[in-house]
Design a protein around this ligand. Sequence first.
Ligand SMILES: *Cc1c(COP(=O)(O)O)cnc(C)c1O
Length: 406
Amino acid sequence: MGSTDLRAAGRAYLAIPGPSVMPDAVLQAMHRPSPNIYGGELKDLTESVIPDLARVARTRHNVAIYIANGHGAWEAALSNTLTPGDRVLVPASGAFAHGWAEMASGLGLEATVLDFGLHAPFDMARVAEALAADTDHSIKAVLGVHVDTSTSIRNDIAALRACLDEVGHPALLMADCIASLGCDRFEMDDWGVDVMVTACQKGLMVPAGVSFVFFNDKAAAARKALPRVSRYWDWAPRAEPEVFYQYFGGTAPTQHMFGLRAALDLIHGEGMEQVWTRHARLARAIWAACERWGDVEGEGLRLNVLDPNLRSHAVTALSLPSPNGTELRSWLEETLGLTLGISLGMAPSDSPEWHGHFRLGHMGHVNGHMILGLLGGIEAGLQALSIPHGGGALAAAAEVVAGKAG
Ligand SMILES: *Cc1c(COP(=O)(O)O)cnc(C)c1O
């Protein structure tokens, strides 16, 4: 029995919160020789991608493209709007908020972090209080991570806008939608977001390497008021290029652009509303299973975020008694070719507790049978490792997928 290799055929499944699974259409679109980078097809394709990206971000404003991962987009957003000594307010519900704040500090900005821990969203009353106390408007931007991928908490970005408006604070509102875009509903213009950063390897289903900064007129005015902007990160020539190479500040990421075109065709072919409801349904199937598994005496499997309304539909952070999280991940990878995400920021990485936490990525190119396969794999792992767990998890998930529950 033990020697049967269940990974010997079929596809491996990377169920981590980015990079996400790439659709065949994206892979095929990328599998081509480099085109002429001075015009023709690539120029037309780039110009077609921009409005379709804006439709995903739900904005009629500008976008700048960078050959960089999400960290690059973080830096670009700050570099185009702020100058050393400026203050930024960073409400935090996980490691990515701290990461963006550290990047701000590295650029000579003064970052004030309001830490709401690892299980709760932003406390808007405290954000409003901090803004109201800033009577001389020394805070120039509020940096809000929409979905913090480390904790899977989803923050209410429209409510963050309301905080600024309530106290009449003029700071820019910046949102990190790297994990959430194309998974959880996000409305840049309706929610009053001035700057939004995202990257292509999560909900956008393209390999890592390209990121985006969307910005409105207010943010563009902040850029114009700066004495200087680092040449490479300057979003102005990227958003309004006079010659083609300025879109990318140099050679285009050619294969990525073909992949992105294919991914945007899939997204808009399905429709934004449908994309969001698919993610929501699949996330609820996962949570239904997790709740059953956790129904045991004593300490068992736990979802990190108790209130389903505060959970992301793109990623789920959870835990088992340590070291069962790490053991389960290893077993799944070695036995089934199924890779789950490691913990980020839930416990120090050299502590025993770290080995309890793990994450499931369910962003982008995911469907019902993939999620049921993911959950079936976890069920098998819990059995194989004799990790105490409640029964009925797969039946509960199937009910959600079938549309009969949740
Ligand atoms: C993945 C992620 C990042 C970092 O993106 P990289 O491409 O790894 O640099 C930042 N913020 C959030 C919310 C993320 O999910």
